[in-house]
Design a protein around this ligand. Structure first.
Ligand SMILES: [Zn+2]
Length: 404
């Protein structure tokens, strides 16, 4: 049996770019390693979830790992919390939250606490706590935004918001929407009371009051969602695996699926990452485990920024970094693709299919010798992202026999 390495260049797919004389960044880039892998292996394209689906990074990564988002996706709430770096386990609940200003009677003065920009890190830390075996973790986002994750047994997402969604109204008591929500509603109300007490007395807010700024003395909660219940990866595939990603969202999804998380501050997330380090870590993961997924985010960021030349540069850097993987062909099936397209001229995700290559010793080959949106049409593969894992299992000798 072989091992599996799945490399995702986020937002990889593109459309013709004017500044590249009508080529896509992949067509324009010098990427001898990827071209060699596709020449000696298989090429083709992959639909994100299904043809034409314009996926987010969350739904597409779920699909790439073989969890159909159409069955398991529970909405953006939990994924936004994961995006802020809050790891969630199946069954945890997450809220979108605002730091807000309320008066003594509990009436909201400002839902955004004067668009507070400093001190939210300390406030979030101060109101992260345990109550009766349930853990409450808060992470700040941009300005007044934050997320709250609650972990513990038997939590329900059938509860209402505390956010009245308008200044001048009173903070709402959270109530159960159906019978299953009663215990969770009581628990979160208790937490909010305690958090309000801590926020009111916190140094950050005392200082804000002194300076005539609105204190962030309440946390308003809305949009509760439950983390999807995913069958653990090792049970689903009989493989132990790891996830290597710079951005918290992808690490969150990996964790939710039961993969080990490999992270290092040098993998700086959105803009650029230490590509060599990620590949080195992947190689060491594969010494002890059977599966690794690596996400390179910088291609997607270049697409959103509409910077075709930067996207080319990132592709070339990743190509240089993956050179050591070529020597793993005997023991490993390597797949390279994207999670969705982020065409530079759109600066947004699109539902275009993704170029895909699969490389390993002894597999069939086809007529594809360049890894880009156009040449992969001459390749042999036509897959939806949800079928990729099964295909890689088959190539690695891990697929169970179907029938007698
Ligand atoms: Zn993405």
């Amino acid at each position: 049996m072989k091992k599996i390495a799945l490399l995702i260049l986020d937002g990889l797919g593109d459309r013709p770019c004017n500044v590249l004389h009508g080529l896509t960044p992949l067509q324009f880039a010098y990427k001898p390693n990827m071209d060699r892998m596709i020449s000696e292996g298989q090429g083709g394209f992959m639909y994100p979830v299904s043809p034409g689906t314009n996926t987010g990074s969350d739904t597409s990564h779920l699909s790439l790992l073989g969890y159909d988002p159409r069955d398991v996706y529970t909405g953006r709430g939990p994924f936004e919390a994961m995006g802020l770096g809050l790891l969630m386990n199946p069954g945890d609940i997450a809220f979108r939250a605002n730091f807000a200003t309320v008066d003594e009677s509990g009436t909201v003065i400002d839902r955004r606490a004067g668009r507070i920009s400093e001190g939210t890190e300390a406030l979030a830390k101060a109101i992260s706590m345990e109550i009766e075996g349930y853990s409450f973790r808060v992470r700040p986002g941009v300005e007044h935004r934050a997320a709250l994750v609650v972990s513990g047994p038997d939590l329900s997402d059938k509860i209402s918001d505390s956010d009245p969604h308008e200044a001048g109204k009173r903070v709402q008591e959270i109530h159960a929407i159906d019978g299953s929500g009663k215990k969770t509603a009581d628990l979160v109300n208790r937490y909010l009371k305690e958090a309000g007490r801590i926020l009111n007395a916190h140094g950050v807010n005392l200082k804000r009051k002194k300076e005539g700024l609105k204190p962030a003395n309440a946390l308003l909660l809305r949009g509760v969602g439950k983390a999807p219940l995913l069958k653990p990866f090792h049970e689903k595939y009989g493989m132990k695996g790891s996830c290597i990603a710079g951005i918290p969202l992808i690490r969150g999804i990996g964790h939710l699926a039961g993969l080990s998380i490999v992270y290092d501050e040098r993998m700086t997330g959105s803009y650029d990452s230490d590509y060599d380090l990620k590949v080195k870590k992947a190689i060491s993961v594969l010494e002890n485990e059977d599966f690794v997924i690596i996400n390179f985010k910088a291609t997607d960021v270049a697409g959103h920024d509409g910077d075709a030349f930067r996207k080319v540069e990132v592709i070339e850097k990743v190509d240089r970094a993956i050179a050591p993987l070529l020597s793993l062909a005997k023991s490993t099936v390597i797949a390279i693709t994207g999670d969705h397209s982020t065409p530079c001229e759109m600066k947004e995700h699109s539902g275009d299919p993704l170029p895909l290559l699969v490389f390993s010793d002894g597999i069939r080959t086809d007529f594809c010798s360049y890894f880009d949106e156009r040449h992969t049409i001459m390749g042999s593969l036509r897959l939806a992202s949800g079928d990729l894992m099964q295909y890689l299992l088959a190539l690695s000798g891990r697929a169970e026999k179907y029938g007698a």
